[in-house]
Ligand binder design. Structure first.
Ligand SMILES: [Zn+2]
Length: 479
């Protein structure tokens, strides 16, 4: 168990690595509910600052206009004239979750268009706030819809689909570029689409995952809601997201969000149903066996999630928030299988505002936790989010072969070699017959030697988590 505790208390270090400028603070305001069986658990919070990317620079946009002009010639796309011009489009939301996605949320609007033309941190979004950014020579002129949380993992899982916000003609399409970019230098190597609408306005959809783009070509038309591609991190980007940017028929900027500080189209929205400035949600609620966090730009996150806990385990409960406001209340509850409340506590956010934040709490599972099913619940902004977990239910020893790798020798004595891993970064866990994690290790290569000297003789389950999949093998330690 010593490994377990060591992992738990490395949290401050590992959280700092999760994203630039992230911070942790102790929870400032929580209280016990009268009658609660358990003390409110200690916890911490993390506010994540997503690195800014120069999605499309002025030079990049000029290059794009040249390409569109060439495409018009090559594919015979007529220029829309005053005589043929249609009405201004009204957009649907340009992303949707994959059809089989069942979690509570997958994105947040991390940044909007900057209406302050000055650079160097002079910021003004459509609602007169500062949810936008500058880079050294320019302003951010689109809406960044970012995957949140587990962005790289969910990019690989193709969770965020990009759809046509309005019908129109494809006037540019790019694919084949590297899509795990972490560089932020205005490079034009983005995968994506540009759609021209009936009124001559255009929507730019950027940063697609390589290879997922529609088979439709330049000059063809798309209907509203038609699949265009998958969110990725191609071009000038360092977080999987969609950059959605709109121009009118004179190439002037449009901000589809109508608001008091929209200096382009003012109070005329371009949305069919405009989202609120803040859309509070818990995108993901989860239980983990450690508070550790593995984040590396371009690499799928290791989640350390677990759903069964044995006496001696740490139970880490997390909420990943979208748009968490200052002093916003979350009531957290743990219920047993009979729906009795066994713990209840309140969390008030201490931050001014956070588009991407999480908070976590933990209990040490001791013998006072009876074996059975539990639910971790969070009630926030009028909605209740739930995550089931179990205590004391040993996992099965069945082998799951969704990941292909080899383990030898087996039975093993001092160590075992795991070869043919699908990724250089995999998480290995060895679980004993009671369901307890007895070894946890991260690989750094597709072959990994796992020391077993600490383990007593017996049957164990080896779990490998990599590239969005989990594979298990039964291993036997015999001496
Ligand atoms: Zn952007």
């Amino acid at each position: 168990m010593s490994k377990h505790y060591a992992l738990l208390f490395t949290s401050a270090l590992s959280c700092a690595a999760f994203a630039q400028e992230s911070t942790t603070r102790p929870i400032l305001s929580q209280r016990n509910h009268p009658g609660a069986l358990r003390q409110a658990p200690p916890g911490r919070m993390v506010k994540v600052e997503i690195p800014h990317s120069e999605c499309l620079t002025e030079a990049g946009y000029a290059e794009l206009l040249d390409r569109i002009a060439l495409n018009r010639e090559q594919y015979g796309i007529p220029t829309i004239s005053d005589a043929t011009r249609g009405a201004q489009p009204f957009f649907i939301w340009p992303t949707r979750p994959r059809a089989d996605f069942t979690d509570y949320g997958y994105y947040t609007n991390n940044n909007f268009v900057d209406h302050n033309p000055l650079v160097n941190g002079n910021l003004l979004d459509w609602n007169c706030g500062t949810r936008t950014y500058d880079w050294a020579s320019g302003n951010h002129m689109g809406t960044d819809i970012i995957l949140w949380p587990y962005a790289w993992r969910r990019m690989a899982e193709e969770v965020m689909e990009v759809v046509a916000a309005a019908p129109g003609t494809i006037v540019d399409k790019r694919d084949g570029y590297f899509d795990l970019q972490c560089a932020n230098n205005g490079q034009p190597t983005w995968n994506g689409m540009v759609i021209e609408h009936a009124d001559g306005s255009t929507a730019i959809y950027m940063h697609f995952k390589n290879g997922g783009i529609t088979t439709k070509g330049i000059g063809e038309t798309v209907v509203e809601g038609e699949y265009l591609g998958l969110a990725g991190s191609s071009g000038s980007s360092n977080w999987p997201h969609l950059h959605f940017e709109v121009h009118d028929n004179t190439n002037a900027y449009i901000d589809p969000f109508a608001g008091p500080c929209n200096s382009f189209n003012g109070t005329t929205t371009w949305w069919q149903q405009q989202q609120n400035y803040k859309e509070p949600n818990i995108n993901h609620i989860s239980t983990h066996y450690t508070s550790s966090e593995f984040y590396q730009c371009g690499v799928q996150e290791i989640t350390y999630e677990q759903s069964n806990f044995m006496p001696g385990d740490s139970l880490i409960m997390r909420c990943y928030y979208r748009d968490l406001d200052n002093n916003a209340l979350t009531n957290l509850v743990i219920r047993d299988a009979q729906s009795n409340v066994v713990a209840s506590w309140d969390f008030y956010s201490p931050w001014l505002f956070g588009a991407t934040t999480w908070a976590w709490w933990y209990y040490l599972i001791d013998n006072s936790w009876t074996t059975g099913n539990y639910t971790f619940e969070a009630t926030f902004d009028g909605e209740t989010f739930m995550r089931p977990f179990t205590v004391g239910m040993p996992i099965g020893m069945e082998e799951i072969a969704t990941l292909d790798f080899s383990v030898a020798p087996n039975p093993a004595n001092e160590s075992v070699r795991i070869a043919g891993l699908p990724s250089h970064r995999a998480l290995l866990r060895v679980i004993d017959a009671t369901g307890r994690v007895v070894l946890s290790e991260q690989t750094n290569g597709i072959t990994h030697d796992l020391g077993l000297a600490e383990l007593s003789e017996g049957v164990y389950q080896l779990q490998v988590e990599a590239d969005g999949g989990v594979g298990t093998r039964r291993i036997i330690v015999a001496r």
